[in-house]
Design a protein around this ligand. Structure first.
Ligand code: GLU
Length: 503
């Protein structure tokens, strides 16, 4: 690979919807490649297809990239842009550039006006389908004489401009991931370059921009392979040297069909909203088609950037396995400091109305219980190992921040123990705890266990109902951890409530 050249790559999404996992993977590989070689990562919004562009699409993509931590390096100045310095390149603001370029092609005979109506084109297509021929433009207008052409233009007849693909031979390009790819020219469509509304198509705009922006490697999804020979022909027609190309493997559903939103949620922002960490999403996405060939799977963005090697990307499809995303998220959750974990979790607890900021910390408005930052960190630690994402925390920890949920008294009964004995045990436990001063998890555990022995109770007879009394749940963190986080007063109140339930 040419690494003596200053590397410049781009992510060029069309704002036709939200950023999906495939788009994030393309953006990420471009970003990693740029970082690896000290190059420049450009964001270019390809919005020249007015019928497919959705309002807010570009903003959504930019916001998602930013949330994922993929910042772009360069762009035109945009007044009032949030980030201060520059916005991304936006093709709809560069229309004159494409128009100037198309005329060079027409003058050189590398492109031509086509006056065929949509109805005519459709008829030709149907005939081709019936004859099982490739459905490409029949080149009718390519043969037109110059005077006829001039007359129609003078008449104001609507037209598009098409690329004149050479009739003979083939077009070959080399792909960093797949080696050489060849297309026979007779099977390549004379694609439209400029539409009748004066907007360029993707082919023209992206080739012109990749050239003018000095893009050195075009890294994009495999679905663009059929477009690449057209682009190579365009570069040659302009007299330009094409960049290098790297086509990334398809993403697949677990059943190995092409990744689709019908089978799974593919919107990156939905995962971020649900509380998957950007670090985990990036880690997960990076491994869709590449791995750093080490015996580990958990990486931070900068580590990925240090080892990313484009030629090592696989050419075969990569399965998107959400189980693995959940696992990686757990790993990254564990890597956060207690403070950082709490900082990221707070918005989820607030959104669920479990806590509201108040002087000195947070308050649960229903019960009036106040939590300091330390209380909050301790409470969050209870579930750090168990939750899949931050969005699961409110439900997992509602019994800490809010009241204990309503539960059935039968749940307090350990195996086939006598309810009366359980009630007695819990009551005595509450009395014993009342006298305890050192309210830490380790002290609680040591003292309560010794007390159970002294009293001749079975461990389960005390610890099971204690845990249920504190959490109201069949499954939860252990009784000592929970008691330590709840504090003495709330613990005793919950034990007494349980005793009442049994009486
Ligand atoms: N605008 C194209 C897209 O939406 C970009 C393809 C390319 O990277 O050349 O994916």
């Amino acid at each position: 690979m040419a690494t003596d050249q200053k590397i410049r790559v781009r992510f060029a999404p069309s704002p036709t919807g939200f950023l999906h996992i495939g788009g994030l993977r393309t953006a990420l590989y471009n970003y990693l490649f740029a970082r690896r070689w000290g190059g420049t990562f450009i964001l270019r919004i390809e919005d020249t297809d007015r019928t497919r562009t959705v309002p807010g699409g570009a903003e959504g993509i930019i916001r998602t990239l930013r949330r994922a931590g993929l910042d772009y390096d360069e762009g035109p100045d945009v007044e009032g842009q949030e980030r201060g310095k520059y916005g991304p390149y936006v093709q709809s603001k560069r229309l004159t550039i494409y128009r100037e370029h198309i005329y060079k092609l027409v003058t050189a005979g590398a492109a031509y006006q086509c006056f065929c109506s949509p109805e005519e084109l459709e008829t030709v297509r149907q005939i081709q389908i019936a004859a099982k021929q490739p459905t490409i433009y029949n080149k009718k207008c390519r043969e037109m004489s110059s005077p006829d052409r001039a007359a129609l233009i003078k008449d104001g007849r609507p037209h598009v401009i098409r690329l004149a693909i050479p009739e003979e031979g083939s077009t070959t390009f080399s792909d960093i991931i797949r080696k050489e790819i060849t297309f026979e020219n007779r099977l390549i469509d004379d694609s439209v370059l400029l539409k009748s509304d004066g907007y360029p198509t993707y082919h023209l705009a992206s080739v012109v921009d990749d050239h003018l922006m000095n893009i050195t490697q075009v890294i994009r999804g495999e679905e663009w392979i059929p477009s690449t020979p057209k682009h190579v022909i365009l570069y040659r027609a302009f007299g330009w040297t094409p960049p290098e190309f790297a086509h990334l493997p398809l993403l697949l559903n677990p059943d190995r069909s092409k990744l689709s939103k019908r089978q799974m949620d593919v919107a990156v922002e939905n995962y971020l909203d649900r509380g998957y960490l950007p670090e985990a999403l990036i880690n997960f996405t990076a491994l869709l088609g590449w791995n750093p060939q080490a015996d580990r799977e958990v990486y931070e963005l900068d580590e990925l950037a240090r080892s990313f090697n484009l030629p090592d990307v696989n050419s075969s499809g990569a399965v998107v396995n959400l189980e693995k995303l959940g696992w990686l998220n757990g790993q990254h959750l564990r890597r956060l400091s207690k403070e950082e974990y709490a900082r990221r979790a707070v918005p989820y607890l607030e959104a669920a109305s479990l806590i509201t900021p108040c002087p000195g910390g947070w308050v649960n408005e229903q019960s009036g219980t106040i939590f300091s930052s330390q209380d909050l960190q301790n409470a969050l630690s209870l579930e750090r190992e168990r939750v899949r994402n931050l969005g699961d925390l409110p439900e997992a920890l509602s019994f800490i921040f809010g009241a204990v949920p309503e539960y059935d008294g039968d749940l307090l009964i350990w195996k086939d123990a006598e309810p009366a004995r359980i009630m007695k045990g819990l009551g005595e436990l509450a009395e014993f705890l009342e006298l305890m001063r050192d309210w830490t998890e380790s002290a609680l555990e040591a003292r309560v266990k010794a007390w159970i022995d002294e009293q001749g109770y079975d461990t389960g007879q005390i610890l099971w109902p204690m845990r249920v009394a504190l959490t109201g749940r069949k499954a939860s963190p252990g009784p000592f951890e929970v008691a330590a986080v709840l504090g003495k007063e709330r613990t005793l109140a919950r034990l007494r409530k349980a005793v009442e339930k049994l009486s």
